[in-house]
Design a protein around this ligand. Structure first.
Ligand SMILES: C[S@@+](CC[C@H](N)C(=O)[O-])C[C@H]1O[C@@H](n2cnc3c(N)ncnc32)[C@H](O)[C@@H]1O
Length: 219
């Protein structure tokens, strides 16, 4: 197995599946309300994703950097025929398999532990998701090319943007404390990546802390 481009992100996320999942969980009432106020972008991207995905009945979905599988599971619940989640943190994959079983969608879901940049996909997908992933990708062009090569009718991704003072404190938290470098993006950069990868259409919109992108390849 090759060393991932961002080993800091791999080892950081491997330690935090429960903490990450708590951001979505209504069981932790008080913390959920705090996170909802502080991490508005997380909830905005969830709503944007399912608006752009449209009807998922019978779809094949690839969820890159699936984390605790919250998007994968929602796709399966919305009728996706086949959902593949990939993440390079082993504990995220273990968590995903368990939660998919608990939610009754394990039959539609497959979870792969691996670096998406190194993984060879042998099929195409109707929908490709990359939420909260590009923050940890130093060179995004190969991943954009890979996503476009999978011929999705919809590709949805999120990107952080530099805002003061949020980005400074985030960099300190991630880089100095968690040893996990993060990367910011501009709208022009994301549009350029979509064009260069060969997507037929794309839109990039601003949200609280970054940009949300929807793109697609016409079949
Ligand atoms: C911020 S979490 C987002 C999880 C999920 N998509 C969500 O929005 O709830 C980012 C995830 O991407 C994974 N990741 C980052 N770089 C990756 C790579 N090159 N290959 C596979 N997984 C990666 C991390 O392990 C982590 O679980």
């Amino acid at each position: 197995m090759t060393t991932p481009e961002n080993p800091g992100a791999q080892s950081y996320f491997d330690k935090v599946p429960k903490e990450w999942d708590a951001l979505y969980s209504h069981e932790h009432g008080f913390m959920y309300r705090v996170n909802k106020a502080l991490r508005k972008g997380l909830y905005e991207r969830y709503a944007f994703t399912f608006e752009k995905c449209g009807d998922l009945t019978g779809a094949s979905v690839l969820d890159i950097g699936c984390g605790t599988a919250r998007y994968s599971i929602e796709c399966a619940k919305r009728g996706a025929r086949r959902v593949t989640g990939i993440d390079f943190a082993p504990s995220m994959i273990e968590f995903s398999r368990n939660i998919a079983r608990q939610m009754g969608v394990a039959g539609q879901c497959t979870f792969i532990q691996g670096d998406v940049l190194a993984h060879e996909f042998t099929e195409t997908f109707d929908v490709v998701l990359a939420l909260g992933l590009f923050d940890y990708i130093k060179d995004p062009a190969p991943l954009f090319n890979k996503a476009a090569s999978l011929k999705p009718r919809v590709f949805v991704a999120s990107f952080p943007r530099f805002t003061f003072p949020w980005s400074i404190q985030r960099r300190i938290r991630y880089y100095l404390i968690k040893k996990c470098p993060i990367y910011d993006y501009s709208k022009e950069q994301i549009e350029g990546l979509c064009k260069a990868a060969g997507f037929d259409w794309f839109e990039v919109v601003k949200n609280s802390h970054g940009y949300l992108c929807a793109a697609g390849v016409k079949k």
